[in-house]
Ligand binder design. Sequence first.
Ligand code: DX5
Ligand code: ZN
Length: 226
Amino acid sequence: MLLDVETRSLIAPSILAADFARLGEEVEVVAPYIDMLHVDVMDGHFVPNISLGIPVIESLRPVTDLKFDCHLMMLNPDFYFPALKQAGADLVTVHIEVFPNPTEAAKAARSEGLEFGLVLNPPTPFEALEPFVELCDMIVVMSVNPGFGGQAFIADTMRKVELARNLVESHGLLTDIEVDGGIGPENIDRARDAGANVFVAGSSVFRAKDPVGAVQELRAKIREER
Ligand code: DX5
Ligand code: ZN
C-alpha cells in the first residue's frame, strides 16, 4: 500500500537551469510557490561538468528561508560538509557510487547539523542503498545520468522509486523519496505513482516563460486523480 504521497508532495526546482547572472531574482520569483530549492554542486570529477559551489550557496542564503537541498555530485563531499553548513545548506545528498558504505559520511553530516540523503545513479541497482535506508532523511533516485540539466527522463528508473517506497514503508519510516532529472508536467504523475514525494524540476521551471505557472502546473498534475 503506497503512502498518501499527495499530502507530502514537495516541489524542489533546481537552480542549475536558472540564469546565474540573475539567480537571486529568479529564486525570489518562485520562492513563495515552491517547497525546497535544489542546488546542484558538480566538481568536474565525479561528473563531467562544473556548476556552482559554496560561495553561491552563501550568496543565495539571505534571499530565501527555503530549505536548501544540496545535491553533491562530487568526490570527497564530506570534506566540505562544515563549509556547506556554514554557507547555509540544510540537507546534503551524496552518491552511493562515491560511498559504497556511507555510514561515516552520514555521521559527519549529522554532526554538522545537516540532514543527509543518498543518491542512486540510473545504472546503480537499488540493492546498493538498501542496507543504509535508516541513515537517510531522503533517498534520491536519479532519472537522468547526472552532470547536465535538460536531459530526457529515463522511465525505467521508476522501478527503483517503487522499491524505495516499499522499503521505507516496510520499515515504518517517513524518509522522503526524491526524483531528479527530466521531470515536467508530462511525466511527474509517473514519478508520483511510483511513490516519489519530492520532485526536482530544473528546465521545466526555470526555462519556462512563466516559472510560477510551471510550478503550479506541476502541482496540479500531482493532485490529478490517478
Ligand atoms: C542533473 C542534476 C539535476 C537536473 C535537474 O545532473 O542533478 O538536478 O539537472 O534539471 P532538469 O530538470 O533540467 O533535468
Ligand atoms: Zn540534482
